[in-house]
Design a protein around this ligand. Structure first.
Ligand SMILES: *Cc1c(COP(=O)(O)O)cnc(C)c1O
Length: 486
């Protein structure tokens, strides 16, 4: 449904109008019928819009202005780390020597690129406290699957074939149980306690001889640090299982704590979140995986090694789980992450963590009087509110999210994690100023007041966007992605 007063003018076509000019043909015309079998030949003209170059320029420029991105506004989408992506990353990724490489070039001619990859691996080893890192996986979920396949191979190599289960907390990111299933495991859920942390009693109950691994996000998706992590590691390890760390959002621990020191055996990172790769449109990501020494033999091959002064790919890895991505990973995203790490330095990365945590706690405390706060403790880089109070007034969390659009904000993550009713999950990130945080908090407070005094304005939001409320199921199941002549 779109608003009556703001018609979406989509049909711009006028018969006979064209938007291109081609030089006159100076080669003999070919008879396509002689070249192609009949079934492949079009019988009718394609139904394309007939528009001028200016029409089409204005059309796409108008569409681009309706997009929301980090470069256009605040984007506090919890668990997604929509921080600013410094533009120097783009400059470096576009250096001719990087952008114009071919993945089939001989190793001797791409030593600089290999050195960058090797150094990035070394930085990630230092940041995570692991022993080795692969840059192959193309996304977080892909990294999860890669890590679990290595754990699987490890258990199999030890003749430990009865370990068929992966334990996942109820607050886990949805990709965790999905990756475990795709890697051939059965998922077992472990509960959170009243503090929002993994319930140790329940963990003891579910972990056993059939446990392949525990997958954990720390800080968890409630933005809380799992303070019993060493005890949890002990429970899982003494039962013979491995510990998997979902490090997609490392913003709260960078330069402060390391998954390797907490006892984790495998960790994946999302370079497209923490390390400022642009993301959100489903574009290329990078989900490197770090492992402890006993899992190194199972790393995807080829493994990048340094031999004297030379960098080369080692294919001779008989226990490797194999290749998980054509060529060597999404190199362009790796260049951006490398640039970011080198620009920030260790002190800069420490400041990232401190400011990400400060910003989240500041917003949480300012919003606390107006929304329910299910876990009243210091948070890390993000926090969750509950819209329970507003729901009693007939205003749901979905309505609050839609109303935020009228203020020009991308709404926070909502209805996730599942263990909080009417959940609103806010991640401000460290790159936002106090003024931006305050303006967003003021909008949230205004919405809370509207819910009490004038709930219709929230229930019927958004009021300022071109499109109002979509039938979200239809939009996902039957999207209209192609021009259709009217
Ligand atoms: C984003 C995210 C993932 C998945 O990463 P993708 O790159 O989208 O596959 C996994 N776990 C957590 C905690 C995340 O925030």
């Amino acid at each position: 449904m779109h608003k009556e007063d703001q018609p979406l003018i989509f049909e711009l076509s006028t018969e006979g109008r064209i938007g291109y000019s081609l030089p006159e043909m100076d080669i003999p015309e070919i008879n396509l019928g002689e070249l192609l079998p009949e079934g492949y030949l079009r019988e009718e003209e394609p139904e394309l819009p007939e528009v001028s170059e200016l029409d089409i320029m204005r059309h796409y420029t108008a569409l681009s202005k309706r997009n929301h991105g980090v470069d256009s506004g605040f984007y506090p989408l919890g668990s997604c780390t929509m921080k600013y992506n410094p533009k120097i990353n783009e400059n470096v990724a576009r250096f001719n020597g990087f952008a114009h490489l071919h993945p089939l070039q001989d190793e001797s001619s791409v030593q600089g690129a290999l050195e960058l990859m090797y150094d990035l691996q070394e930085h990630l080893i230092e940041i995570t406290g692991m022993d080795e890192v692969t840059l192959q996986p193309a996304a977080g979920a892909h990294g999860e699957w890669t890590g679990l396949m290595m754990i699987r191979s490890y258990h199999e190599a030890n003749g430990d074939t009865k370990r068929t289960k992966v334990v996942v907390p109820d607050s886990a990111h949805g990709t965790n149980p999905a990756s475990a299933t795709v890697a051939g495991f059965e998922t077992v859920t472990v509960k959170s306690d009243e503090n929002g942390l993994v319930d140790l009693e329940d963990l003891r109950r579910v972990v056993g001889e059939d446990t392949a691994a525990l997958m954990l996000t720390n800080p968890n998706t409630l933005g809380l640090f799992e303070e019993n992590i060493l005890e949890m590691a002990e429970i899982v390890h003494s039962a013979g299982g491995k510990l998997y760390y979902d490090g997609a959002n490392l913003n709260a621990v960078l330069s402060k704590a390391r998954p390797g020191d907490m006892g984790f055996d495998v960790v994946h990172l999302n370079l497209h979140k923490t390390f400022t790769g642009p993301h959100g449109g489903g574009g290329p990501g990078s989900g490197p995986v770090g492992v402890k020494a006993d899992l190194i033999p199972y790393l995807p091959k080829p493994v990048l090694v340094k031999n004297g002064d030379q960098y080369e790919f080692d294919y001779d890895r008989p226990q490797s789980i194999g290749r998980v991505k054509p060529y060597y990973g999404n190199f362009g995203i790796n260049v951006r992450a490398y640039t970011y790490i080198r620009t920030m330095g260790p002190d800069g990365l420490k400041a990232v963590t401190e400011n990400a945590v400060l910003n989240a706690n500041y917003m949480m405390r300012r919003l606390e009087p107006f929304f329910d706060l299910p876990f009243d403790r210091h948070c890390k880089h993000e926090f969750v509110l509950s819209g329970k109070r507003q729901k009693k007034l007939g205003v749901r969390t979905l309505d609050i999210a839609k109303r935020l659009l009228d203020f020009g904000y991308h709404p926070p993550t909502i209805y996730f994690p599942l263990n909080v009713e009417e959940c609103i999950m806010i991640e401000p990130t460290e790159t936002e100023s106090k003024e931006t945080l305050d303006a967003f908090v003021d909008a949230m407070i205004q919405i809370a007041k509207e819910a009490e005094e004038n709930p219709e304005i929230v229930q019927e939001a958004p009021h300022t966007t071109v499109i109002g409320r979509l039938d979200e199921t239809m939009a996902a199941r039957k999207p209209v992605l192609r021009y259709q002549k009217q």
